[in-house]
Design a protein. Structure first.
Length: 150
């Protein structure tokens, strides 16, 4: 799926990839005695990451159809990438939904929640590694000229 010739999924994935770790960073800082406003900042980072992550997942699903058709050897890697990132998105959706129910009376995350968010962010990095490999090694969503990705 492209807009003005640019792959929409590749454009959108940068937002949850930045906002979910920002949620974690703000949550850790708030847990360790930082300003209360960091709890709200973490919530909004997660909220934005979930919304844009859902849009990125939808556009990625459309791209998967093209992968199946044009590059069947890359389907397994694309499914691993999508599956890992879908789990991460679902995890942050749950936390965001729970926080949304309590908004504006947000509380800092507990240690167990921080550990789960840490695992989710690590998984996000792994899923994004597979996504980057799809682009850089398999040439998904990009043009190749003279063997180089452009």
């Amino acid at each position: 799926m492209k807009i003005l010739g640019h792959p929409l999924h590749v454009i959108l994935i940068h937002f949850p990839s930045a906002l979910f770790p920002m949620d974690l960073a703000c949550s850790v800082y708030a847990y360790n005695g930082g300003p209360a406003a960091l709890t709200e900042a973490a919530f909004f980072a997660s909220f934005g990451g979930v919304i844009l992550g859902c849009v990125a997942a939808i556009t990625g699903a459309f791209d998967l159809v093209e992968v199946v058709k044009d590059k069947p050897r890359s389907v397994k890697k694309a499914l691993v990438h999508g599956g890992i990132n879908a789990m991460v998105l679902l995890g942050f959706m749950v936390y965001t939904f729970i926080a949304f129910k309590h908004y504006p009376a947000l509380r800092p995350d507990e240690l167990s929640e921080l550990l789960i968010k840490t695992v989710l962010v690590i998984l996000l990095g792994i899923g994004n590694f597979f996504g980057g490999s799809l682009i850089l090694k398999d040439g998904i969503a990009v043009r190749k000229t003279n063997g180089n990705v452009s």
